[in-house]
Design a binder for this molecule. Structure first.
Ligand code: IVH
Length: 671
């Protein structure tokens, strides 16, 4: 490349890398694989060293990708939070070892660790107490996420043990374990939410939620990987990590000390094979010079330390041809594009299909039929398309466009602004939605109907015997026995299962109805709060959103569901079939001091959080509402209650209770 070409390519690369940094660190939706990203960075590094006249302090080769997000306060790091030099090959690991030895003039000991694939965090402890949790940010300052960090169980709030420095910083990686991630996604799918893409992006997104109560619901965990401070207990990195483990930190066991580069390469290759059996995702190994005085002598460059290097495992990738794209309709009506590929061998299995997620992802890839595409297998079961070879595209090939009509029932698809998915609105008559709803209804966590499976539901539907969940309760032995390959025993079993489902609890039925965004937990909350289905059907938007845990999306979905006469008919028929439509009284904690009271909580509080007050109201028999009306019993007002609310309350003559007044209600009752 000549100087002129470099002058054009360098700014292009910088723009692209900055854009990918934003996608990775801010929106948590990376577009390209780490490998392709690293290739861009390496190309830029090479050009900047060949043409130093174009080097800039602000180049992404010198700055770490920033995760700073609006809504958080920034805190300066006591020690800069750097990134690591990445390599994908053995040769560069040997070069690293040579460089290290040259500077140190001796053979160093290396600590070999896994490279946990999550998001980094810097924790500071003072007198044994956690005082702050800060993200990497731009390496100099990061976002203060202390309140969120305090909800993570594997991060100790207090530590105890020998030699704890008065103040120190410990850094690590926040991640979500593979099994927890799968469970989370299953629950989301059951509630009709879009699935999360992968554990790393979900962990990163969760850490930046503005509501710590929400963060607490995410299964975040933290591995610690380095300790910093003016007076650390030991002079090697590994000993400090060992003692950190004794103090109560979660330090992985998979750390090995080796004394040669061959030892390093042995560690790397053994984990390349074993990594699939780990309960969490890793994307490589990190090699660190173990002695802290050696680390100081090696020092660092603008962006990364000279005493450490990351070896990254390449995701397995294969090239193949895109034959067609099909569109699948799920239970909730969400339409997912799926790429059909010329079969190709990838990581030991034949791949014929790849997920394309949604219209935006499809558009970004700009797929044309017959394109040469690259598929990769990450942690997910279905591989994904990570790139297209545009140069090999045949002239005149057709661009793949998202369909406008449902492929199953022909309805015009809808897409709401805030949603990534297209939906088929014909929820009660579109075949896959009908079958999907029945499958969901009979599933274990809902009505748990034994004997009925996907195949039988398909047969029942195709024979015109069921069109919705209420039809299950009118099935007779004669209806079932005439189905293909149905034996007497199985038919009886199905009928027994359907009959037994009449004893399922109200919340299980509510979950089973498959109302969008009403997952297991939300169904339980609703059943506890509304006692019976009629009260829930009559609930207003204010009443619904007043409930702790029920947000606007869920409230809107419930109102829309109950506004459809067909759904009300189904509910009526289920009731007539003898299903439980009310909550059985349970003895629980709390009281009924606030029974019959509708309360609006407003402003900022000092003794408890707003959510805690809302919960307290519910536990003690009251109802929360989000807006003031004539039916409001009183307002629990903290500081900064809005002036319009205040005026409305005064106009309507509604009592305003301070935090203290409110808490006194409980004191009196216990005296
Ligand atoms: S040590 C100077 N050790 O990888 C940076 N980092 O690209 C020292 N990471 O931001 C980091 N596992 O989030 C270190 N065992 C490990 C790690 C690890 C994952 C992440 C970390 C860091 C990034 C560097």
């Amino acid at each position: 490349m000549n100087r002129e070409e470099a002058a054009k390519r360098i700014p292009e690369l910088r723009e692209q890398i900055k854009d990918h940094n934003n996608r990775y660190y801010i929106s948590n939706e990376p577009l390209i694989s780490d490998y392709d990203y690293d290739l861009l960075v390496k190309e830029l590094e090479k050009l900047e060293s060949l043409f130093p006249e174009f080097a800039r302090e602000s180049s992404p080769t010198r700055l770490v990708g920033s995760d700073i997000t609006p809504g958080f306060t920034q805190v300066r790091h006591p020690y800069p939070m750097l990134s690591l030099g990445n390599t994908y090959n053995e040769e560069e690991v040997r070069d690293f070892d040579t460089r290290v030895k040259k500077i140190l003039d001796n053979d160093p000991e290396y600590a070999c660790e896994l490279k946990y694939d999550g998001v980094s965090i810097s924790l500071t402890y003072r007198n044994g107490r956690l005082v702050s949790g800060v993200t990497r940010g731009d390496g100099t300052k990061g976002d203060d996420v202390t309140a969120n960090i305090r909800t993570i169980r594997s991060i100790p709030q207090y530590i105890e043990g020998d030699d704890i420095p008065a103040e120190f910083t410990i850094r690590g990686e926040i991640y979500i374990a593979i099994e927890d991630f799968a469970r989370m996604n299953l629950e989301r799918e059951e509630a009709g939410f879009e699935k999360y893409a992968n554990p790393r992006n979900t962990a990163a997104g969760s850490l930046k939620l503005l509501d710590p109560d929400e963060v607490a619901k995410r299964p975040l965990e933290c591995f610690l990987y380095s300790m910093l401070g003016a007076s650390l207990p030991f002079r090697t990195h590994s000993q400090n990590l060992e003692i950190a483990k004794k103090w109560g930190f979660r330090v992985p066991d998979e750390i090995e000390l080796v004394s040669s580069v061959d030892g390093v390469l042995g560690f790397i290759s053994s984990w390349d094979k074993k990594r699939k059996s780990l309960p969490y995702e890793i994307d490589g190994a990190v090699i660190k010079v173990n002695r802290l005085d050696d680390q100081s002598r090696l020092g660092m460059t603008a962006k990364s330390p000279r005493w450490a290097i990351a070896y990254k495992y390449k995701a397995e990738r294969a090239g193949t041809i895109l034959s067609s794209v099909s569109f699948q309709v799920g239970r909730t009506g969400a339409v997912t594009p799926v790429a059909n590929l010329v079969p190709v061998l990838l990581a030991g299995t034949t791949v014929k299909r790849a997920s394309l997620h949604n219209a935006d992802q499809m558009e970004l890839l700009d797929l044309h039929l017959g394109d040469e595409v690259f598929v990769e297998k990450g942690g997910e079961i279905i591989p994904k398309i990570v790139g297209v070879n545009r140069e090999a595209r045949k002239e005149g090939s057709l661009k793949v466009i998202f369909i406008e009509n449902c492929p199953e029932c022909g309805s015009v698809l809808q897409r709401e602004e805030t949603e990534a998915n297209h939906y088929c609105p014909n929820s009660n008559h579109c075949p896959p939605q009908i079958k999907g709803k029945i499958e969901h209804f009979i599933s274990r966590k809902a009505m748990d109907i034994d004997g009925l499976g996907e195949e039988t539901i398909d047969l029942l539907y195709r024979n015109g015997l069921v069109e919705n969940v209420a039809d299950l309760y009118k099935l007779s032995f004669e209806d079932i026995i005439k189905l293909e390959r149905m034996g007497e025993k199985s038919a009886e079993n199905i009928l027994r299962g359907i009959d037994a489902s009449r004893d399922r609890n109200f919340h299980e039925l509510l979950f089973g109805l498959g109302i969008r965004y009403v997952g297991e937990t939300v169904a339980k909350t609703l059943a506890k709060y509304f006692e019976n289905i009629d009260k829930l059907i009559d609930a207003t938007y204010e009443e619904l959103t007043g409930i702790h845990e029920i947000g606007t999306r869920i409230a809107e979905s419930l109102l829309s569901y109950f506004s459809q006469p067909e759904n009300l008919t189904i509910i009526k028929r289920l009731k007539e079939a003898g299903l439980k439509m009310h909550t059985e009284q349970v003895q629980g904690e709390g009281s009924d001091i606030l029974r019959g009271k509708v309360i609006v909580v407003s402003g900022k509080f000092s003794r408890h959080s707003r959510d805690e007050y809302k919960e307290m109201i519910e536990i003690n028999g009251g109802k929360n509402s989000s807006s003031i009306s004539a039916s409001t019993s009183f307002i629990l007002a903290g500081e900064n209650m809005g002036p319009s609310k205040l005026k409305k309350a005064t106009d309507l003559g509604i009592d305003i209770l301070s935090e203290e007044d409110f808490l006194k209600l409980f004191d009196q009752s216990s005296n």
